[in-house]
Design a protein around this ligand. Structure first.
Ligand code: GDP
Length: 522
């Protein structure tokens, strides 16, 4: 098969949601389609107590969670599917954001009983800023949830994206009857734990369905659906692919209900790898020369070997085990001898890979997050990894001042690796660590002790809203505890606002000072 044919089979996506919306449940259903697991309830150790997808670090074992995003791949319907897991909740970290730079589309799960929640919003912003196509699955229709119209309105308003309902639910919770499947022109009947039934629209007037269609909630839904069909936006694949319209599917991951239809439609509609921007212009995925970028580095996968694995998103050409590549940042030649592909809980050696695939390569402490590897002339870099705004800040120091050499070395390496972000007090001196989630501090603390033999003290500054500013507008008299001035690694001035209120107050008082939100500039 040609490189172009291989690329045309790749569907690489992530599932994003707020904790408890049903990501694990939906992922398991999808893995069942791929025959990757035999029964639902096996992916996450937390609930089933069976096994977790990885246990590379002590911290993971203690908490029973999977610290870093894992990758699952399988064949389905002629496609090669790559699913990148995004950790959620207290496991939330910058890795979660970075994972989104390595996918071509995203499935966003929304809990019908709750609507859009905080973490969904944050992840959505990253997708939006990168123009990633978003497919929405509104979950838990088997429970009393919010009105479908209200949910669509919320998505449009809060997320500022067009919606196109792919199906329309009749009732919810105890009165849930099923969904009108627009694309396939059929009603999919919900039968509780029994298999769903498919009734073509043309057969709904037959006597055997009278019980169904005579119900009040069926009629009400049908009327509402007719209105949506008339008044709603038209479907536009172009808008979907540019991230301006999201196809919305209603269903239940647990039942399961509507999941097959959702996945079949999604997998056909989701984009295959597209050309990616580099310092030398667009690089096509079917370009003959291999290229890719590192979006994550995972240390200590095996504590006995202290190895590190760099996760690489292949962007063009063909990866072959043992091939020689150039690391663009240094110009150095490397041989990629040890490579792995990740399938749920196991790691297999990978011999070849194409654009869209994610591979793990052995890292002899050489790679940095964002590094580009190329074959042939290469020399370009993918600028895929914007800096993400941290939300929590802590002062850090070494418990034992005699250990300051290791302390500096450890911080430097872990910051470079992207484990956490480093800031300085405005007058130099104190080290301040910024993170997106608490877990990053735990991992930092653990690794400083285990890899650099330094115990660190962390002193909470708390949740803050960081805003970058222009050097020429910095004036010491502007700042205090509520709006603290610090410096990032490049010495750029950053104000840490205590809350929305102090940010707004500052804005009102100093309208001429430009405050930059990283989410908006990236
Ligand atoms: P995650 O935190 O997003 O991975 O969510 P889980 O998949 O672990 O689901 C959270 C809880 O919601 C679990 O108790 C699931 O059984 C439940 N759940 C998931 N999907 C559904 C659904 O469609 N209907 C109902 N009633 N519960 C669901």
């Amino acid at each position: 098969m040609s490189i172009g044919d291989e690329v045309g089979q790749r569907k690489t996506f992530a599932i994003i949601s707020h904790p408890d919306a049903g990501k694990t449940t939906l992922t398991e259903r999808i893995l069942l389609f791929g025959n990757l697991i035999r029964s639902a309830g096996t992916v996450k150790g937390k609930k089933s107590g069976k096994f977790a997808t990885s246990d590379w670090m002590e911290i993971e074992k203690q908490r029973g969670i999977s610290v870093t995003s894992s990758v699952m791949n399988f064949r389905y319907d002629g496609y090669r599917v790559n699913i990148l897991d995004t950790p959620g909740h207290e496991d939330f970290s910058e890795d979660t954001y970075r994972t989104l730079t390595a996918v071509d589309s995203v499935v966003m799960i929304i809990d019908a009983t709750k609507g859009i929640e905080a973490q969904t919003l944050k992840l959505f912003k990253v997708c939006r800023m990168r123009g990633i196509p978003i497919f929405t699955f509104i979950n838990k229709l088997d429970r009393e949830g919010r009105e479908p119209l209200e949910l669509l309105e919320e998505i449009e308003e809060v997320l500022d994206i067009g919606t196109y309902p792919m199906n329309w639910p009749a009732g919810m919770g105890k009165r849930f009857l099923g969904i009108f499947d627009r694309q396939n022109e059929r009603f999919i009947q919900y039968n509780g734990n029994e298999e769903e039934t498919y009734i073509p629209y043309s057969e709904l007037d037959q006597p055997e369905y009278e019980d169904l269609v005579s119900q009040g909630s069926y009629q009400a839904a049908k009327d509402e659906f007719s209105l949506v069909e008339e008044a709603g936006d038209d479907f536009s694949l172009d808008s979907v692919l540019s991230g301006e319209q999201t196809p919305v599917f209603f269903g239940s991951a647990l039942a399961p209900f509507g999941v097959d239809t959702f996945f079949d439609t999604f997998i056909n509609m989701a984009p295959v790898p597209a050309p990616r921007r580099s310092t030398e212009g667009l690089v096509s995925p079917d370009n003959q020369d291999f290229s890719g970028f590192v979006f994550k580095i995972q240390a200590n996968m095996n504590p006995a070997h202290r190895d590190r694995v760099a996760f690489l998103r292949v962007c063009s050409g063909k990866f072959e085990r043992g091939m020689s590549v150039t690391l663009s940042r240094t110009g150095k030649q490397l041989k990629l001898a040890q490579s792995q592909q990740f399938v749920a809980s196991s790691r297999d050696t990978v011999e070849e890979a194409y654009a869209g695939d994610i591979i793990g390569i052995y890292d002899p402490n050489m790679y940095q997050i964002g590094d580009t590897l190329t074959e042939g002339k290469g020399g370009f870099e993918y600028n895929e990894l914007p800096q993400f705004p941290p939300e929590q800040f802590k002062r850090v120091s070494a418990k034992n001042v005699m250990k300051s050499k290791q302390f500096y070395k450890g911080i430097e390496q872990l910051v470079q690796e992207g484990a956490i972000q480093l800031f300085h007090g405005s007058r130099g001196g104190s080290f301040i660590l910024g993170a997106v989630g608490e877990l990053q501090y735990e991992v930092f603390q653990y690794r400083m002790k285990n890899e650099y033999n330094v115990e660190v003290l962390l002193e909470t500054i708390g949740d803050r809203i960081p805003r970058w500013m222009k050097e020429e507008q910095v004036d010491d008299s502007l700042f205090d505890e509520r709006n603290m001035l610090v410096r990032d690694r490049e010495n750029n001035p950053v104000v840490l606002f205590k809350n929305e209120f102090s940010l707004n107050w500052f804005r009102d008082k100093h309208p001429d000072i430009e405050l930059i939100d990283l989410f908006e500039v990236n």
